[in-house]
Ligand binder design. Structure first.
Ligand SMILES: NC(=O)c1ccc[n+]([C@@H]2O[C@H](COP(=O)([O-])OP(=O)(O)OC[C@H]3O[C@@H](n4cnc5c(N)ncnc54)[C@H](OP(=O)(O)O)[C@@H]3O)[C@@H](O)[C@H]2O)c1
Length: 251
């Protein structure tokens, strides 16, 4: 049976690279994108490289769009083996300090990075349960790790005290842990990915890792074997001074 993977925000950046890597391995990749033109462009680019790629319109903040996407996957494939919740935004206020954060920015970031993930998982869960051993990957970040940001020895502790993006990823980490707990008696594994600081549009291409390296983390968690972990934050270790060090991170 062909493996079916849905990647949200797959039209560019880490999501596109995740679709490319999974597609190159023979997985049918469902290219989630909120904008049809960009999604179709990604579908064509992946198809041109030999992948079985299908665009699916998916705005994670729009429950109707999420519902339509789930219905389409059900009709076309009847199950879903891999869900990569990759779509995310990093909007910040001009002043990055916690006390200057506006609720407007926080709400916008949470809509995509937190509520969007819950909407997509809940809509897709019947299809994930219908697969033999599904994998859910929530693309998080080490900036959401309370352990890392409060450890004076960790370089992450020197980052500004911004609220919206880091706290949205902290919420996503707990959401990951809670789904893993709910699904612990099933073959489904749920993990959070830390791509590391990758050069993408999200950060004006200032990242030190490539989008492909970041995608490799999602692919690792999406293709875990039966003995692999569930309920972990795993990926790039920013405390290390090499850009390719990977492992489990503190929540
Ligand atoms: N780059 C890094 O250093 C880094 C580090 C840690 C974690 N991450 C995480 O990695 C993930 C991918 O980020 P990236 O760096 O690849 O950024 P990116 O190049 O800006 O890509 C973000 C993707 O998310 C999509 N998206 C945003 N809002 C959406 C919505 N409401 N519905 C559906 N799709 C939506 C974007 O679509 P549009 O093109 O339509 O905007 C785009 O496809 C994010 O979750 C981010 O937080 C990135």
């Amino acid at each position: 049976m062909t493996t079916i993977a849905l990647i949200t925000g797959a039209n560019k950046g880490i999501g596109f690279e995740t679709a490319r890597l999974l597609g190159a391995g023979g997985t049918t990749v469902l290219v989630g994108a909120r904008d049809e033109e960009q999604g179709r462009r990604a579908e064509r680019a992946l198809g041109g490289q030999g992948a079985d790629a299908r665009f699916v319109q998916l705005d994670v903040t729009d429950e109707k769009s999420v519902g339509r996407a789930a219905e389409w996957v059900r009709t076309e494939f009847g199950h879903l083996d891999i869900l990569v919740n990759n779509a995310g935004i990093a909007r910040a206020d001009e002043d990055w300090s916690a006390s200057a954060s506006t609720l407007e920015t926080m709400r916008a970031v949470y809509e995509t990075n937190v509520f969007g993930v819950v909407a997509v998982i809940n809509a897709m869960l019947p299809l994930l349960r219908a697969a033999p051993a599904a994998r859910i990957v929530n693309v998080s970040s080490e900036v959401g790790s309370i352990g890392s940001l409060t450890d004076p020895e960790n370089p992450m502790s020197r980052l500004p005290s911004s609220l919206p993006y880091p706290s949205s990823k902290t919420a996503l980490n707990m959401i990951t842990a809670q789904y893993a707990r709910e699904l612990r008696d099933t073959p489904i594994k749920v993990n959070a990915a830390n791509p590391g600081y990758c050069a993408t549009d999200l950060n004006g291409h200032s990242g030190v890792r490539t989008a492909e390296q970041g995608a490799g983390v999602s692919v690792h968690l999406a293709t875990l074997g039966e003995d692999g972990p569930s309920g972990q934050l795993w990926g790039h270790l920013a405390a290390s001074d090499v850009t390719d060090a990977e492992g489990a991170l503190p929540w």
